[in-house]
Structures are given as structure tokens and as C-alpha cells.
Write a protein that binds this ligand. Structure first.
Ligand SMILES: NC(=O)C1=CN([C@@H]2O[C@H](COP(=O)(O)OP(=O)(O)OC[C@H]3O[C@@H](n4cnc5c(N)ncnc54)[C@H](OP(=O)(O)O)[C@@H]3O)[C@@H](O)[C@H]2O)C=CC1
Ligand SMILES: O=C(CO)[C@H](O)[C@H](O)COP(=O)(O)O
Length: 485
């Protein structure tokens, strides 16, 4: 590593922790690439170059050296901690980059930050691409799903290199230009929200099979492995079977029994729910998954409540088809979670003026990412058949899937309630479906209450206009000017 470097690298990676080092190795393994690498603490850089001489990295110990090692137009992918760390590296690179160069933030950035950063960097003539990258360590190395946002010009240069390192399904690379500025990180955020919901539903299925079904973790691993051969085939089901089959070497107990039952999070699920609230999109499945992790992480509340209860419900007696019912409930709830996630994408695209192709998003999520699944082919097909559908639940395939699983779904939610097993994911998904399916909702009464205490007005079912009842007067109705609010 010298002070000046020859500009031999066609791409660089800044941030060489788990994701950055694996992405750099992935890039280096593709024909024609010479990869420059830099990390704030040089120890990581040294470790990577020592352990992987085959990658032929051009390593630097200062950011200046790193920039000088890049051929023009310079392209650098940042894989550092979201937030202040990312801002620090963007500032360093923008001070040294020239118009036409490209900075890619591949971390899990808040898309509002990406919108801000893209505008600031673009003003200097440098291109900024906020790219969601999913797949964890293995995906980064072997082929992730990549969700880049930013300008079309930047994608023209960057697209081929991203396509060369992404996962490939049916010959199609799992990368697409999602839209301008923050679109890529927005879609990655929704991906993570769906990931939360999917994981929670799988965890509820496990809990039911264990507590009500009476199966051991190893037996449940076999059930999940079998489910992974059918419509539920997905990476998350596959790894769940692996986790459940694991035995703790220290105690000989199932691994799942020695792990503290307090789920952590890094924040992208919370962002999804916060933004869905702002957009007015009901994403109950994702919200329940976030809240379920929060409930689990409050032992100071769980302990005393549990200690104060003298008797728990008897576990309901179930028949031998119970695990088929759980599978059907899991599938129906999963359909709802994905439908809600795509609704949030549609609402975000509208609010932020992104031209997001829903079918293309389903396509690039089929491989490389954490929520990769066969099932995404069905979503791709649904939007190919009709890109204007108001909900995935009206697509003929999904409507039929829900109808087929509906009775089992209801049996599972009621069995769980009778047995005292928490199923916030399954039950919120069912309530959401029932809300959409109901002829009339008690929202009419809520409107009446709002009008009573706040003169917020209401609309009538039998005539146009906006009305208010004089609740504290003679209770006659008047027509009001302006719309209901
Ligand atoms: N881990 C995962 O499975 C996934 C992670 N991501 C995202 O990818 C990004 C990288 O993730 P991961 O590899 O896990 O690493 P971490 O999120 O743990 O971040 C560690 C890296 O950030 C660098 N860093 C932190 N602060 C600064 C700073 N102020 N200036 C310069 N560098 C800084 C560290 O440098 P140093 O070594 O000097 O401390 C190190 O290289 C994150 O945004 C993460 O959210 C996305 C998908 C999956
Ligand atoms: O982005 C990811 C995968 O797509 C990360 O694995 C994500 O950080 C996991 O989130 P959390 O730690 O909140 O469970």
C-alpha cells in the first residue's frame, strides 16, 4: 500500500465488515474486475487481503489513496454502518470525487437520508445511488438481491456491474433500477418489513406445532422441511428447519430451547411501520411482528404478569390434521403480509413520485434476498396479469389460495385463542382479511362518535354530501360545506 496508487481498479468498496468484505470478494470473482478496498480501521483491510490473496484486491490505508486507485469514472460502493458512519464516508468521497463519478450506498439507509444525500451529492456533479442489498453474508458473497435507486445515467454505468454480481433466477439477475433517489432504499425497507412479518408467522407456526401439536423441535424441523417442498418453499422456511434441528453441544438440549426468547432488531421493521403510518397503509402483519419482538424484549413486564396468573387455559385437543391446518394458516397469513407490503410500495411510489414496477420488484426478490421464495413468482404473475389490481388479494390465484385455506386459518386462530397461545401475526392477518371482506364495518359508528364529540362530519350511504348532527341541540341533521375530515 503506497501513498499514491495507479488507477487500476474499476470498482471500489469502502467498509469491510461482514457485508463489504463479502461483496468485495464477489466483485473480484467476476471477470474483468479489479477491486479497490478501504476500511476505516486498516486491520480489517489487512485481514481481508491476507485471507483472500486470490481476489487481487488493490488495498489502501487512506481514503485519498483509495480514490487514486480507482479508474475514471470512479465507482465506490459504501458498506458501512447506517447513519453517521455513512454520512462520514459520503463526505470524504464527495470531497475527492469528480463530476461523473458514482458513490453507491449499499447499506440499510433510511430512505429519507438517501433522498437528502442524493440531492446534496448530485449538486456537486457526482452521481449518488442508494442501493438496498439483501442476502446477508452468503448473499453478498454468492449473489444478493440488489435494489438500486438514483439517476438513469448512473444506472447505465453501474447496472452491468450490479447485474454481474447479483443472484440469478431463471436467467434473470436479481437487480432492477427501482426509481430515483430514495426508491431503492424504500423498497429495501419494505423488504425488511415483510421479512419481519414472514419470520413472525413462521415462529407462530412453530409455537403452535410445539405447544398444541406436542411435536419436538426436531420433528417440527422435519415438518418445515416437508413444507419447503411445496407452496411455502422459501429460504426462511429452509433455515428454520436448520435452526430447529440444531442441538446445543453444551447441554444436549434443542438449540432453540437454550436461546433467550427476547428478539432484537436493528430498526428497518420499525421504519416500515412508521412510514406506513405516515402513508396511511395498513401493514398490521408487519406492525404485529415489530410489536411481538418488543413484547418479547420486556422481561420486566412478562415476569410479573406471568407470576400473577394462577391458571392458564387447557391446551385444546386437536386432530391429526392439525399440522396441515397450521400450514394453511401460515400460507394465508403470508399472502396477507406480502399484499400489505406491496400496498406500502404502491403508496410510497405515489407519494415520492417513483415509477416503481411491482412485478420487477417481485422478480428481483425471487433470489439472493432473505425473503426469496417460489411464492414471489405468483406475485410477479399477478402484476403481469393486471398491474392495476387494488390488492394482491383480488388476484385469482391469491383469492383462491385464501379461500382454500380459510377454514383451517379460522380453526387455527380460534384454537390458539382457546389454548392461550399468542398468534398476533395469524390473527391480525385474518382480521385484516375479514375487514376487507365485510359488507359493513363498524367504522360507521366511529364516524358517529367523531361527529358527536368533534363535529367532524360524516357521509351518508343514501345521498351525496357531507353532514353533521346537532348532537347537543335538537339532534337534527344539517348539510355542511366542505368534505368530511
Ligand atoms: N449484516 C447483514 O446481514 C446486512 C447488513 N446490511 C447493511 O450493510 C451495511 C454494512 O453491514 P455490516 O457489514 O454488517 O457492518 P456494520 O453495520 O456492523 O458496520 C461496520 C462497518 O462500518 C464501518 N464504520 C462505522 N462507522 C464508521 C465511520 N464513522 N467511518 C467509517 N467507517 C465506519 C466500520 O469500520 P471499522 O471497521 O473501522 O469500525 C465497519 O467497516 C450496514 O448498513 C447494514 O445495515 C444490509 C444487509 C444485510
Ligand atoms: O437487511 C437485512 C436482511 O435483509 C438484515 O439482516 C437486517 O438488518 C435484519 O434486521 P433486524 O436486525 O432488524 O432483524
Amino acid at each position: 500500500m503506497g501513498a499514491e496508487q495507479l488507477a487500476t481498479a474499476n470498482i471500489g468498496v469502502v467498509g469491510l465488515a461482514v457485508m463489504g468484505s463479502n461483496l468485495a470478494r464477489n466483485l473480484a470473482s467476476r471477470d474483468g474486475n479489479t477491486v479497490a478496498v478501504f476500511n476505516r480501521s486498516p486491520e480489517r483491510t489487512r485481514l481481508l487481503t491476507t485471507e483472500h490473496p486470490e481476489s487481487g484486491f488493490v488495498a489502501s490505508e487512506t481514503i485519498e489513496e483509495f480514490v487514486s486507485s480507482l479508474a475514471r469514472p470512479r465507482t465506490a460502493i459504501i458498506m458501512v454502518q447506517a447513519g453517521a458512519g455513512t454520512d462520514a464516508v459520503i463526505n470524504q468521497l464527495s470531497a475527492l470525487f469528480e463530476p461523473g463519478d458514482i458513490i453507491v450506498d449499499g447499506g440499510n439507509a433510511d430512505f429519507h437520508d438517501t433522498i437528502r444525500r442524493e440531492a446534496a451529492v448530485r449538486a456537486t456533479g457526482v452521481n449518488f445511488v442508494g442501493a438496498g442489498i439483501s442476502g446477508g453474508e452468503e448473499g453478498a458473497l454468492k449473489g444478493p438481491s440488489i435494489m438500486p435507486g438514483g439517476s438513469v445515467e448512473a444506472y447505465t454505468t453501474l447496472g452491468p456491474i450490479l447485474e454481474s454480481i447479483a443472484a440469478v433466477v431463471d436467467g434473470v439477475p436479481c437487480v432492477t433500477h427501482v426509481g430515483t433517489d430514495g426508491a431503492g432504499h424504500f423498497v429495501k425497507m419494505i423488504h425488511n418489513g415483510i421479512e419481519y412479518a414472514d419470520m413472525q408467522l413462521i415462529a407462530e407456526a412453530y409455537d403452535l406445532l410445539r405447544q398444541v401439536g406436542g411435536h419436538s423441535p426436531a420433528a417440527i424441523a422435519d415438518i418445515f422441511a416437508e413444507w419447503n417442498e411445496g407452496e411455502l418453499e422459501s429460504y426462511l422456511i429452509e433455515i428454520t428447519a436448520e435452526v430447529l434441528r440444531q442441538v446445543d453441544a453444551k447441554t444436549g438440549k434443542p438449540f432453540v430451547d437454550i436461546v433467550l426468547d427476547e428478539a432484537g432488531s436493528k430498526g428497518t421493521g420499525v421504519w416500515t411501520v412508521q412510514n406506513a403510518l405516515d402513508l396511511g397503509v395498513p401493514v398490521g402483519g408487519i406492525a404485529e411482528a415489530v410489536f411481538a419482538r418488543a413484547v418479547s424484549s420486556h422481561p420486566e413486564q412478562r415476569g410479573p404478569v406471568r407470576a400473577g396468573i394462577t391458571a392458564r387455559p387447557e391446551i385444546a385437543v386437536v386432530g391429526h390434521t392439525f399440522h396441515d391446518d397450521v400450514r394453511a394458516a401460515l400460507y394465508a397469513s403470508k399472502v396477507v403480509a406480502y399484499a400489505q407490503g406491496f400496498d406500502a410500495i404502491i403508496a410510497g411510489a405515489e407519494k415520492y413520485n417513483w415509477n416503481i414496477d411491482k412485478g420487477a420488484i417481485a422478480t428481483i426478490w425471487r433470489g439472493g434476498c432473505i425473503i426469496r421464495a417460489q411464492f414471489l413468482n405468483r406475485i410477479k404473475d399477478a402484476y403481469a396479469n393486471d398491474s392495476t389490481i387494488t390488492s394482491l388479494l383480488v388476484d385469482p390465484y391469491f383469492a383462491q389460495a385464501i379461500t382454500d385455506g380459510e377454514s383451517a386459518w379460522r380453526r387455527i386462530v380460534s384454537t390458539a385463542a382457546l389454548s392461550g397461545i399468542p398468534v398476533p401475526g395469524f390473527s391480525s392477518a385474518l382480521s385484516y382479511y375479514d375487514s376487507l371482506a365485510s359488507e359493513r364495518l363498524p367504522a360507521a359508528l366511529v364516524q358517529g362518535q367523531r361527529d358527536f364529540f368533534g363535529a367532524h362530519t360524516y357521509k351518508r350511504v343514501d345521498m351525496p354530501g357531507t353532514f353533521h348532527t346537532l348532537w347537543s341541540g335538537d339532534r337534527s341533521e344539517i348539510e355542511t360545506v366542505g368534505s368530511s375530515h
